[in-house]
Design a protein around this ligand. Structure first.
Ligand SMILES: Nc1ncnc2c1ncn2[C@@H]1O[C@H](COP(=O)(O)OP(=O)(O)O)[C@@H](O)[C@H]1O
Ligand SMILES: [Mg+2]
Length: 366
Protein backbone atom coordinates (compact mmCIF):
# COMPACT_ATOMS: atom_id res chain seq x y z
CA UNK A 1 0.00 0.00 0.00
CA UNK A 2 1.20 3.48 -0.79
CA UNK A 3 2.01 5.10 2.54
CA UNK A 4 1.67 8.79 1.96
CA UNK A 5 3.40 11.60 3.76
CA UNK A 6 1.30 13.30 6.41
CA UNK A 7 1.71 15.96 9.07
CA UNK A 8 0.68 14.28 12.28
CA UNK A 9 0.48 15.82 15.73
CA UNK A 10 1.19 13.55 18.71
CA UNK A 11 0.11 14.20 22.29
CA UNK A 12 1.37 12.40 25.38
CA UNK A 13 1.18 12.75 29.11
CA UNK A 14 3.05 9.98 30.91
CA UNK A 15 2.94 8.54 34.40
CA UNK A 16 5.12 11.35 35.74
CA UNK A 17 2.23 13.76 35.06
CA UNK A 18 4.87 16.46 34.57
CA UNK A 19 3.24 17.89 31.49
CA UNK A 20 1.59 17.33 28.13
CA UNK A 21 4.16 16.80 25.42
CA UNK A 22 2.94 17.93 22.02
CA UNK A 23 4.99 17.07 18.94
CA UNK A 24 4.40 18.01 15.34
CA UNK A 25 5.79 15.36 13.02
CA UNK A 26 6.11 14.59 9.36
CA UNK A 27 5.51 10.89 8.76
CA UNK A 28 5.87 8.69 5.72
CA UNK A 29 6.07 4.92 5.34
CA UNK A 30 9.81 5.21 5.80
CA UNK A 31 10.50 7.94 8.32
CA UNK A 32 9.25 10.07 11.20
CA UNK A 33 10.67 13.55 11.52
CA UNK A 34 9.92 15.73 14.56
CA UNK A 35 9.29 19.25 13.24
CA UNK A 36 8.85 20.85 16.65
CA UNK A 37 7.73 19.88 20.14
CA UNK A 38 7.13 21.27 23.59
CA UNK A 39 6.10 19.99 27.00
CA UNK A 40 3.37 22.14 28.54
CA UNK A 41 3.69 21.68 32.31
CA UNK A 42 0.56 20.64 34.18
CA UNK A 43 -0.59 22.94 36.98
CA UNK A 44 0.09 21.55 40.42
CA UNK A 45 -3.64 21.14 41.14
CA UNK A 46 -4.11 18.99 38.02
CA UNK A 47 -0.96 16.96 38.61
CA UNK A 48 -1.95 16.24 42.21
CA UNK A 49 -5.34 14.93 41.12
CA UNK A 50 -3.74 12.66 38.50
CA UNK A 51 -1.18 11.30 40.94
CA UNK A 52 -3.84 10.72 43.61
CA UNK A 53 -6.54 9.57 41.20
CA UNK A 54 -7.43 6.59 43.40
CA UNK A 55 -8.86 9.05 45.95
CA UNK A 56 -11.12 10.86 43.45
CA UNK A 57 -14.86 10.21 43.23
CA UNK A 58 -16.72 9.56 40.00
CA UNK A 59 -17.78 13.17 39.51
CA UNK A 60 -14.20 14.35 39.97
CA UNK A 61 -12.84 11.78 37.50
CA UNK A 62 -15.40 12.77 34.88
CA UNK A 63 -14.49 16.42 35.34
CA UNK A 64 -10.77 15.66 35.15
CA UNK A 65 -11.40 13.79 31.89
CA UNK A 66 -12.90 16.97 30.38
CA UNK A 67 -10.30 19.29 31.93
CA UNK A 68 -7.45 17.22 30.52
CA UNK A 69 -9.16 16.99 27.12
CA UNK A 70 -9.26 20.80 27.04
CA UNK A 71 -5.59 20.98 28.09
CA UNK A 72 -4.58 18.44 25.42
CA UNK A 73 -6.51 20.52 22.86
CA UNK A 74 -4.64 23.66 23.94
CA UNK A 75 -1.29 21.81 23.71
CA UNK A 76 -2.20 20.74 20.16
CA UNK A 77 -3.21 24.24 19.12
CA UNK A 78 -0.09 25.85 20.60
CA UNK A 79 2.35 23.51 18.84
CA UNK A 80 0.60 23.64 15.47
CA UNK A 81 0.70 27.47 15.40
CA UNK A 82 -1.89 27.51 12.68
CA UNK A 83 0.07 25.12 10.42
CA UNK A 84 -1.93 22.50 8.52
CA UNK A 85 -2.20 19.24 10.46
CA UNK A 86 -3.65 16.13 8.83
CA UNK A 87 -4.48 14.05 11.89
CA UNK A 88 -3.77 13.88 15.60
CA UNK A 89 -2.84 10.97 17.86
CA UNK A 90 -3.44 11.34 21.58
CA UNK A 91 -2.33 8.91 24.27
CA UNK A 92 -4.27 10.67 27.02
CA UNK A 93 -3.36 10.26 30.67
CA UNK A 94 -3.26 6.87 32.33
CA UNK A 95 -5.15 6.81 35.62
CA UNK A 96 -4.88 3.08 36.09
CA UNK A 97 -3.03 0.26 34.35
CA UNK A 98 -4.03 -3.21 35.54
CA UNK A 99 -2.92 -5.89 33.06
CA UNK A 100 -2.75 -8.47 35.85
CA UNK A 101 -6.20 -7.64 37.31
CA UNK A 102 -9.11 -9.94 36.62
CA UNK A 103 -10.28 -9.02 34.06
CA UNK A 104 -7.21 -7.13 32.83
CA UNK A 105 -7.94 -3.42 32.34
CA UNK A 106 -6.35 -0.07 31.62
CA UNK A 107 -7.81 3.42 31.85
CA UNK A 108 -6.71 6.58 30.00
CA UNK A 109 -8.52 9.91 30.19
CA UNK A 110 -8.26 13.32 28.46
CA UNK A 111 -11.41 13.50 26.36
CA UNK A 112 -10.29 13.51 22.69
CA UNK A 113 -13.53 15.11 21.47
CA UNK A 114 -12.20 18.45 22.75
CA UNK A 115 -9.08 18.03 20.63
CA UNK A 116 -11.16 17.28 17.50
CA UNK A 117 -13.34 20.34 18.14
CA UNK A 118 -10.33 22.60 18.67
CA UNK A 119 -8.22 21.33 15.77
CA UNK A 120 -11.05 20.47 13.35
CA UNK A 121 -9.12 17.36 12.34
CA UNK A 122 -9.62 13.63 13.03
CA UNK A 123 -8.20 12.51 16.36
CA UNK A 124 -7.18 8.95 17.13
CA UNK A 125 -7.02 8.15 20.83
CA UNK A 126 -7.42 5.47 23.48
CA UNK A 127 -4.95 2.97 22.03
CA UNK A 128 -4.41 0.62 24.95
CA UNK A 129 -7.79 -1.05 25.65
CA UNK A 130 -7.94 -3.08 22.45
CA UNK A 131 -4.51 -4.53 23.07
CA UNK A 132 -5.78 -5.63 26.51
CA UNK A 133 -9.02 -6.97 24.99
CA UNK A 134 -6.96 -9.06 22.55
CA UNK A 135 -5.02 -10.69 25.36
CA UNK A 136 -2.09 -8.26 25.54
CA UNK A 137 -0.60 -6.17 28.32
CA UNK A 138 -1.71 -2.91 26.68
CA UNK A 139 1.94 -1.82 27.08
CA UNK A 140 4.57 -1.00 26.03
CA UNK A 141 3.03 0.40 22.84
CA UNK A 142 6.31 2.05 21.91
CA UNK A 143 7.82 -1.29 20.81
CA UNK A 144 6.59 -1.05 17.20
CA UNK A 145 7.95 2.48 16.96
CA UNK A 146 11.32 1.35 18.32
CA UNK A 147 11.42 -1.32 15.66
CA UNK A 148 10.42 1.19 12.97
CA UNK A 149 13.15 3.64 14.06
CA UNK A 150 16.01 1.29 14.89
CA UNK A 151 15.04 -2.18 13.62
CA UNK A 152 17.35 -2.11 10.63
CA UNK A 153 20.48 -1.63 12.71
CA UNK A 154 22.41 -4.06 14.93
CA UNK A 155 20.83 -5.54 18.06
CA UNK A 156 20.33 -2.66 20.49
CA UNK A 157 18.40 -1.89 23.67
CA UNK A 158 16.06 1.08 23.27
CA UNK A 159 15.25 2.50 26.67
CA UNK A 160 12.67 5.11 27.68
CA UNK A 161 12.96 6.51 31.19
CA UNK A 162 9.65 8.13 32.09
CA UNK A 163 7.87 7.58 35.41
CA UNK A 164 8.28 3.88 34.68
CA UNK A 165 11.16 2.70 32.48
CA UNK A 166 10.75 0.38 29.53
CA UNK A 167 13.11 -1.28 27.11
CA UNK A 168 12.80 -2.81 23.63
CA UNK A 169 15.38 -5.12 22.12
CA UNK A 170 15.42 -4.35 18.41
CA UNK A 171 17.75 -4.89 15.50
CA UNK A 172 18.59 -7.23 12.67
CA UNK A 173 15.10 -6.49 11.28
CA UNK A 174 13.34 -7.83 14.32
CA UNK A 175 11.66 -6.80 17.55
CA UNK A 176 12.90 -9.35 20.08
CA UNK A 177 10.93 -8.21 23.12
CA UNK A 178 9.80 -5.09 24.95
CA UNK A 179 8.70 -4.63 28.55
CA UNK A 180 8.71 -2.34 31.57
CA UNK A 181 11.98 -2.74 33.45
CA UNK A 182 10.80 -1.16 36.72
CA UNK A 183 10.85 2.34 38.16
CA UNK A 184 12.10 5.18 36.00
CA UNK A 185 11.84 8.59 37.64
CA UNK A 186 8.68 7.88 39.65
CA UNK A 187 10.25 7.04 43.02
CA UNK A 188 12.74 9.91 42.85
CA UNK A 189 9.97 12.37 41.90
CA UNK A 190 7.77 11.07 44.71
CA UNK A 191 10.52 11.36 47.34
CA UNK A 192 11.11 14.97 46.19
CA UNK A 193 7.41 15.81 46.40
CA UNK A 194 6.90 14.26 49.83
CA UNK A 195 10.04 15.68 51.40
CA UNK A 196 9.62 19.17 49.98
CA UNK A 197 5.96 19.18 51.12
CA UNK A 198 4.87 19.43 47.50
CA UNK A 199 7.08 22.43 46.67
CA UNK A 200 9.43 20.53 44.33
CA UNK A 201 8.54 17.72 41.99
CA UNK A 202 11.93 16.81 40.51
CA UNK A 203 15.57 16.64 41.60
CA UNK A 204 16.80 18.96 38.87
CA UNK A 205 19.78 17.35 37.08
CA UNK A 206 20.12 14.88 39.98
CA UNK A 207 21.83 17.58 42.02
CA UNK A 208 20.65 16.34 45.43
CA UNK A 209 21.15 12.67 44.57
CA UNK A 210 24.75 13.42 43.63
CA UNK A 211 25.34 14.71 47.18
CA UNK A 212 23.91 11.57 48.80
CA UNK A 213 25.21 8.12 49.63
CA UNK A 214 23.38 5.08 48.28
CA UNK A 215 22.64 1.97 50.34
CA UNK A 216 23.82 -1.02 48.25
CA UNK A 217 22.28 -3.61 50.61
CA UNK A 218 18.84 -2.03 50.34
CA UNK A 219 19.12 -1.75 46.56
CA UNK A 220 20.21 -5.40 46.28
CA UNK A 221 17.18 -6.43 48.30
CA UNK A 222 14.82 -4.45 46.06
CA UNK A 223 16.30 -6.11 42.99
CA UNK A 224 15.12 -9.44 44.38
CA UNK A 225 11.44 -8.42 44.02
CA UNK A 226 9.60 -11.04 41.92
CA UNK A 227 8.80 -8.61 39.09
CA UNK A 228 12.44 -8.36 38.03
CA UNK A 229 12.79 -12.11 37.45
CA UNK A 230 9.47 -12.45 35.65
CA UNK A 231 9.80 -13.13 31.92
CA UNK A 232 8.17 -10.70 29.47
CA UNK A 233 5.54 -9.82 28.40
CA UNK A 234 5.16 -7.73 31.53
CA UNK A 235 4.15 -4.16 32.38
CA UNK A 236 3.71 -2.04 35.47
CA UNK A 237 1.36 0.50 36.99
CA UNK A 238 3.13 3.49 38.53
CA UNK A 239 1.53 2.67 41.88
CA UNK A 240 3.60 -0.51 42.16
CA UNK A 241 6.53 1.78 42.91
CA UNK A 242 4.65 4.43 44.84
CA UNK A 243 4.34 5.87 48.32
CA UNK A 244 3.88 2.48 49.97
CA UNK A 245 7.23 1.34 48.56
CA UNK A 246 9.02 4.41 49.96
CA UNK A 247 7.42 4.14 53.40
CA UNK A 248 7.98 0.37 53.62
CA UNK A 249 11.67 0.69 52.82
CA UNK A 250 12.66 3.99 54.40
CA UNK A 251 10.26 4.04 57.37
CA UNK A 252 9.73 7.57 58.52
CA UNK A 253 10.92 9.76 55.70
CA UNK A 254 13.22 12.47 57.02
CA UNK A 255 14.03 15.59 55.07
CA UNK A 256 17.74 15.41 56.02
CA UNK A 257 17.95 11.95 54.45
CA UNK A 258 16.66 13.14 51.08
CA UNK A 259 20.04 13.09 49.24
CA UNK A 260 20.75 9.54 50.48
CA UNK A 261 17.24 8.38 49.57
CA UNK A 262 17.57 9.89 46.09
CA UNK A 263 21.01 8.33 45.60
CA UNK A 264 19.64 4.88 46.51
CA UNK A 265 16.62 5.33 44.24
CA UNK A 266 18.78 6.46 41.31
CA UNK A 267 20.91 3.34 41.87
CA UNK A 268 17.75 1.23 41.96
CA UNK A 269 16.53 2.64 38.65
CA UNK A 270 19.94 2.25 36.98
CA UNK A 271 20.58 -1.26 38.31
CA UNK A 272 17.08 -2.56 37.54
CA UNK A 273 17.44 -1.29 33.96
CA UNK A 274 20.90 -2.88 33.66
CA UNK A 275 19.63 -6.14 35.15
CA UNK A 276 16.70 -6.25 32.71
CA UNK A 277 19.00 -5.67 29.77
CA UNK A 278 21.56 -8.21 30.91
CA UNK A 279 19.01 -10.88 31.78
CA UNK A 280 16.49 -10.56 28.98
CA UNK A 281 18.44 -9.42 25.89
CA UNK A 282 18.63 -12.25 23.36
CA UNK A 283 22.38 -11.62 23.10
CA UNK A 284 24.75 -8.90 24.19
CA UNK A 285 23.45 -5.58 22.81
CA UNK A 286 25.81 -3.30 20.91
CA UNK A 287 24.54 -0.13 22.61
CA UNK A 288 21.72 1.36 24.65
CA UNK A 289 19.71 4.27 23.23
CA UNK A 290 17.98 6.35 25.92
CA UNK A 291 15.00 8.70 25.72
CA UNK A 292 12.44 10.13 28.16
CA UNK A 293 12.94 12.71 30.89
CA UNK A 294 15.40 10.47 32.71
CA UNK A 295 17.86 11.02 29.86
CA UNK A 296 18.01 14.69 30.98
CA UNK A 297 19.23 13.71 34.45
CA UNK A 298 23.06 13.56 34.21
CA UNK A 299 23.44 11.80 37.56
CA UNK A 300 21.05 9.03 36.55
CA UNK A 301 22.74 8.71 33.16
CA UNK A 302 26.14 8.40 34.86
CA UNK A 303 24.80 5.61 37.11
CA UNK A 304 23.30 3.89 34.09
CA UNK A 305 26.56 4.06 32.12
CA UNK A 306 28.43 2.60 35.08
CA UNK A 307 25.88 -0.19 35.52
CA UNK A 308 25.95 -1.10 31.82
CA UNK A 309 29.68 -0.68 31.19
CA UNK A 310 31.34 -1.59 28.82
CA UNK A 311 28.19 -1.28 26.66
CA UNK A 312 27.85 2.35 25.62
CA UNK A 313 24.80 4.40 26.55
CA UNK A 314 23.73 7.21 24.25
CA UNK A 315 20.83 9.63 24.05
CA UNK A 316 18.25 9.22 21.26
CA UNK A 317 18.98 12.89 20.55
CA UNK A 318 22.29 11.88 18.97
CA UNK A 319 20.30 9.75 16.49
CA UNK A 320 17.91 12.55 15.62
CA UNK A 321 15.08 11.92 18.08
CA UNK A 322 14.75 14.52 20.86
CA UNK A 323 14.45 12.62 24.16
CA UNK A 324 11.29 14.39 25.31
CA UNK A 325 9.53 14.16 21.93
CA UNK A 326 9.88 10.43 21.35
CA UNK A 327 6.73 9.18 23.07
CA UNK A 328 4.55 11.94 21.58
CA UNK A 329 6.04 11.12 18.16
CA UNK A 330 5.22 7.47 18.80
CA UNK A 331 1.53 8.30 19.28
CA UNK A 332 1.60 10.36 16.10
CA UNK A 333 2.99 7.29 14.30
CA UNK A 334 0.44 4.93 15.89
CA UNK A 335 -2.33 7.31 14.76
CA UNK A 336 -0.87 7.50 11.25
CA UNK A 337 -0.97 3.71 10.97
CA UNK A 338 -4.48 3.47 12.41
CA UNK A 339 -5.69 6.15 9.99
CA UNK A 340 -4.30 4.12 7.06
CA UNK A 341 -5.85 0.98 8.57
CA UNK A 342 -2.48 -0.63 9.15
CA UNK A 343 -1.87 -2.76 12.26
CA UNK A 344 -0.05 -0.74 14.93
CA UNK A 345 0.12 -3.11 17.88
CA UNK A 346 3.06 -5.32 18.65
CA UNK A 347 2.03 -8.82 19.71
CA UNK A 348 5.68 -9.80 20.26
CA UNK A 349 5.87 -7.09 22.91
CA UNK A 350 2.50 -7.13 24.61
CA UNK A 351 1.41 -10.74 24.15
CA UNK A 352 -1.71 -9.79 22.15
CA UNK A 353 -3.26 -12.61 20.12
CA UNK A 354 -2.44 -11.02 16.78
CA UNK A 355 -2.24 -7.84 14.73
CA UNK A 356 -4.75 -5.14 15.64
CA UNK A 357 -5.43 -1.55 14.63
CA UNK A 358 -5.38 0.19 17.99
CA UNK A 359 -7.12 3.52 18.59
CA UNK A 360 -10.58 5.03 18.36
CA UNK A 361 -11.37 7.81 15.93
CA UNK A 362 -13.16 11.07 16.72
CA UNK A 363 -14.34 12.83 13.56
CA UNK A 364 -14.40 16.61 13.41
CA UNK A 365 -17.54 18.43 12.28
CA UNK A 366 -18.42 17.40 8.67
N1 LIG B 1 16.71 18.11 34.10
C1 LIG B 1 16.18 17.05 34.71
N2 LIG B 1 16.75 16.57 35.85
C2 LIG B 1 16.22 15.52 36.50
N3 LIG B 1 15.12 14.87 36.10
C3 LIG B 1 14.52 15.29 35.00
C4 LIG B 1 14.99 16.39 34.23
N4 LIG B 1 14.16 16.59 33.18
C5 LIG B 1 13.21 15.64 33.27
N5 LIG B 1 13.41 14.86 34.36
C6 LIG B 1 12.60 13.73 34.82
O1 LIG B 1 11.78 13.29 33.75
C7 LIG B 1 10.41 13.21 34.15
C8 LIG B 1 9.53 13.46 32.96
O2 LIG B 1 9.89 12.54 31.97
P1 LIG B 1 8.84 12.02 30.91
O3 LIG B 1 9.61 11.31 29.87
O4 LIG B 1 7.94 13.13 30.50
O5 LIG B 1 8.04 10.95 31.78
P2 LIG B 1 6.51 10.48 31.64
O6 LIG B 1 6.43 9.84 30.29
O7 LIG B 1 6.32 9.55 32.79
O8 LIG B 1 5.70 11.74 31.77
C9 LIG B 1 10.29 14.24 35.23
O9 LIG B 1 9.20 13.94 36.09
C10 LIG B 1 11.65 14.12 35.94
O10 LIG B 1 11.65 13.06 36.85
MG1 LIG C 1 5.90 13.47 30.80
Amino acid sequence: MLQKKMTVLGLMSGTSADGITSALTSISGKSVKVLCFETFPLKKSVRERILNAAALNLKEISRLNAELGILFAAAARKISKGRAVDIIGSHGQTLWHGPRDNPPNTFQIGEPAFIAEQMKRPVIADFRPQDIASGGQGAPLIAGFDQFLYGQGPLRAVLNIGGIANVSFVGENKLWSSFDTGPGNCLMDLAMRILSSGKKSIDQNGRLASQGKSDPDKVKKWLRLPYFNKYPPKSLDRNEFGEKFLRDHFGKLRRGDLPDILAALADFTALSVAWSIQKFAPRKVSEVIVSGGGALNPFLMKKLSQALSPVSVLSSESLGMPVMAKEAACFAWLAYRAFLRLPNNCPAATGARGPRILGKIIHPAP
